[in-house]
Design a protein around this ligand. Structure first.
Ligand code: AMP
Ligand code: MG
Length: 407
């Protein structure tokens, strides 16, 4: 069995290399209704179908006029009114004239500024601009095409579509959106002790939670999980389960990758022709994580301890799945936070410790949760991130800036 144990950085680099390779081949494309495209990956750019805005748009409720005419002592003549949805059909605005205009209405020809309604006084059909107001040409007007020119790219292909992208697509008339077909990710939990979630386990048995955490994380990454039946710690059974996943883009195994006598996952992968890119990483949790290629697909052998399974998914599987989705910038999500307390660790491993991060303050704070190690799902359920402790750190103090891996 190969023994390729990498530092976190090198393991991440090994995955990144395969991410680049995967991104060279574009997935198949399907056309879906606009809202169904939410959180999918865009396959062709969204283009502006006309200038945006299509007309010089007033950004305020007020009066359209010529900036040069504004003189605190001389009233302007109000010659009409325009609301959003109207268009000025009269003659161009002449010197000394003003038109009452609402936000979103097209500014009539001849006017070069909009004075906010808050800054004028009206008297029947005339108005006076407050004497202390200096109004520049262009004020409160977005010129036609200033936001985007007709034909320009508004959202690039390879973007995972967020609400703002869906709004931009709607504005450009995309009732149907081309997106990449979602990759299929096979999930295979292994272990003699595992029973299904709806079974009452005997004292020595545990319920299979990893298939569900991995399926949920896979969905969050935008892919389709395919949960396979649990395999026992039996090499031929694991082999045949792996074979049954051959139609999927990627295979996630959980359990059976440690040094135990009944850890057969690597052996099974080996007899099916696997090439191993790493068989361990100097991280905690998740040290025994395995990554490689079978003739038909990539695989990750994730350690069975539930928190290790989730962390190694986030660190290594997620970027590769995102690449299979066609996402051009499949990145991990890290943020900076201040540590809420002192923390001591043994150096040597990059650690990802479950933490509660308070985001709702200007300088986010992270408190590491006390836990019983990588099998402690109960404590980790209270975490919303993992504080990253560099491999050479020994002592961190309250207030130190730390990186947090977001879930
Ligand atoms: P292993 O990686 O097979 O040595 O398993 C490590 C620990 O994770 C053991 O305590 C297992 O019982 C537990 N474990 C393995 N697979 C699962 C699973 N699918 N769901 C929950 N716990 C698991
Ligand atoms: Mg096991």
């Amino acid at each position: 069995m190969p023994d390729i144990v990498l530092t976190y950085t090198d393991a991440a680099r090994a995955v990144r290399k395969e991410v680049e390779r995967v991104l060279r081949h574009k997935p198949a494309v399907e056309q879906v209704p606009l809202l169904a495209a939410f959180h999918r990956v865009l396959a062709e750019p969204i283009l502006a179908d006309r200038d945006q805005p299509p007309f010089p748009r007033s950004t305020r409720d007020g009066f359209a006029c010529r900036a040069a005419d504004i003189d605190g002592a001389k009233p302007l003549q109000i010659v009409g009114q325009l609301k959003a949805g109207d268009v000025w059909k009269g003659v161009p605005l002449a010197a000394g004239e003003a038109i009452e205009i609402m936000t979103g209405a097209p500014v009539p020809t001849g006017a070069d500024c909009v004075v906010m309604v808050e800054h004028i006084k009206t008297n029947e059909d005339t108005l006076l601009v407050d004497s202390d107001r200096i109004v520049e040409p262009g004020e409160n007007i977005v010129p036609a095409g200033a936001e985007a020119k007709s034909g320009s790219v508004i959202v690039s292909a390879g973007t995972r579509l967020a609400a703002s992208h869906i709004a931009a697509a709607a504005a450009c008339g995309y009732a149907i959106v081309p997106v990449y077909v979602r990759p299929r990710v096979a999930i295979l939990a292994t272990g003699d002790e595992l029973v299904p979630v709806d079974h009452t386990p005997l004292t020595h048995q545990i319920r299979n939670s990893n298939s569900y955490s991995l399926a949920a994380q896979t969905k969050l990454t935008g892919a389709q999980p395919v949960i396979l039946p649990v395999a026992t710690d039996d090499k031929p059974e694991i082999e045949s389960a792996i074979r049954s996943a051959s139609g999927c883009d990627l295979l996630l195994l959980s359990g059976g990758v440690s040094m135990g006598k009944y850890d057969f996952v690597e052996q099974a992968l080996m007899s099916l022709g696997a090439e191993f890119l790493f068989t361990g990483a100097k991280i905690q949790p998740g040290r025994p994580v395995v990554f490689g290629k079978l003739p038909q697909q990539y695989f990750f052998g994730l350690p069975g301890n539930p928190v290790s399974t989730m962390v190694t998914f986030l660190l290594f599987a997620q970027p590769l799945i995102a690449a299979f989705s066609g996402e051009t910038h499949p990145g991990l999500r890290f943020m900076l936070a201040r540590l809420a307390h002192d923390h001591r660790v043994k150096p040597g491993l990059t650690r990802f410790l479950p933490a509660r991060v308070d985001f709702n303050i200007a300088a986010p704070q992270a408190a590491i949760i006390s836990w019983q190690g990588s099998g402690d799902l109960a404590s980790t359920a209270g975490a919303n991130g993992f504080v990253v402790i560099p491999s050479d750190a020994e002592k961190l103090a309250a207030g130190d800036c730390v990186s947090v891996l977001l879930v």
